[in-house]
Design a protein around this ligand. Structure first.
Ligand code: PYC
Length: 315
């Protein structure tokens, strides 16, 4: 009994309330040259690992996991693949901030800049002397403007489809208060919107599913420009303002002429935490940056017992 426990070492943190679990050891060694190939290997051969470390009873639906993999380009600090309770995400802004705070805590990183490889491209992270982290993300853009969606039983909604490292549908929400006590109603609306997008064939650029929904409105803090609620793919809401979601939002604002190059954009989350963002042009690309702070919450050893009927998590 208890002889064959598999041990996984990890560090947990939260960024603006949104948790990240960085796997330090005990994870799979992914096969493949590119990060895309390693993501496929993860999906095809190690999905049980994802489920075991993220799902209950070891994890929660809000948790995002980060599996480190050696960088393809030796000048990068590391490669990383982000995952959640239902699958894998291309990039993760709050998760990258959590990753940098974790590596700094371990002494693997000093203040300054480094490159992190993800399946959707290389990002640049900077650890500041005050503990904040800036993440210069992959290029962001708006794919479609003012798209009409019919949400059965709820009416018509208009929104933008944008990329910020993940696909987002962004809706300026008028009728639902962006308050914590309204999270159940916001979740239900965002789920209905996502379902309607699926049914009406509204997708990202290559037919990819739009798996993040962002509802936004006026801020509560006088220092912020906007408040948002973001539904993540697994059904949880993002406790942070969503790094990739803030990047997608800035791309839309830029396209509308409502945000100038380099101008700060303070995005508040449904909990009142915030990221400060900005966007600049580089050739034909729009490069967004977000800045925030992560706090470490646990150094942990997860135990996987093959005799445990819920060893792979509760699905
Ligand atoms: O911060 O980019 C983000 C993110 C994506 C999903 C949850 N957080």
């Amino acid at each position: 009994m208890f002889g064959d426990l598999r041990k996984i070492h990890a560090i947990d943190s939260h960024t603006g309330g949104e948790p990240t679990r960085v796997i330090l050891s005990g994870g799979p060694h992914l096969q493949g040259v590119t990060l895309q190939e390693r993501l496929q290997d993860f999906q095809r051969h190690h999905d049980a690992f994802r489920q075991a470390v993220i799902q209950e009873p070891r994890g929660t639906e809000a948790l995002v996991g980060a599996l480190l993999t050696p960088p393809v380009d030796p000048s990068s600090l590391t490669g990383v693949i982000f995952f959640n309770n239902v699958g894998y995400i291309g990039m993760c802004g709050h998760g990258t901030i959590g990753l940098i705070a974790t590596l700094a805590h371990l002494g693997r990183l000093a203040t300054g800049t480094c490159r992190i490889e993800t399946p959707v491209g290389t990002v640049r992270a900077e650890l500041h002397t005050d503990g904040d982290v800036s993440v210069q993300n992959v290029p962001a853009y708006r794919l479609a403007h003012d798209v009409l969606v019919d949400v059965p039983g709820r009416g018509h909604f208009r929104g933008d489809v944008a990329w910020g490292g993940n696909w987002f549908f962004l809706v300026d929400i008028q009728d639902e208060p962006l308050t914590r006590d309204n999270i159940p109603a916001l979740t239900a609306l965002a789920r209905a919107l996502r379902q309607a997008l699926r049914e009406q064939g509204i997708t990202g650029a290559s037919g990819e599913e739009i798996d993040h929904i962002q509802l936004y409105g006026p801020p509560r803090s006088p220092h912020a420009h906007s408040r948002n609620f973001v539904l993540c793919p697994g059904g949880a809401y993002d406790r942070s303002p969503c790094g990739t979601g803030t990047c997608a939002r800035m791309a839309c604002l830029f396209a509308d002429g409502r945000l100038r190059e380099g101008e700060p954009w303070v995005q508040e989350s449904i909990l009142g935490s915030y990221f400060v963002g900005s966007i600049v042009r580089q050739g034909h690309d729009l490069i967004p940056t977000i800045r925030g702070r992560a706090f470490l919450t646990a150094e942990l050893t997860l135990l996987l017992d093959p005799e445990d009927p819920f060893c792979r998590g509760i699905r």
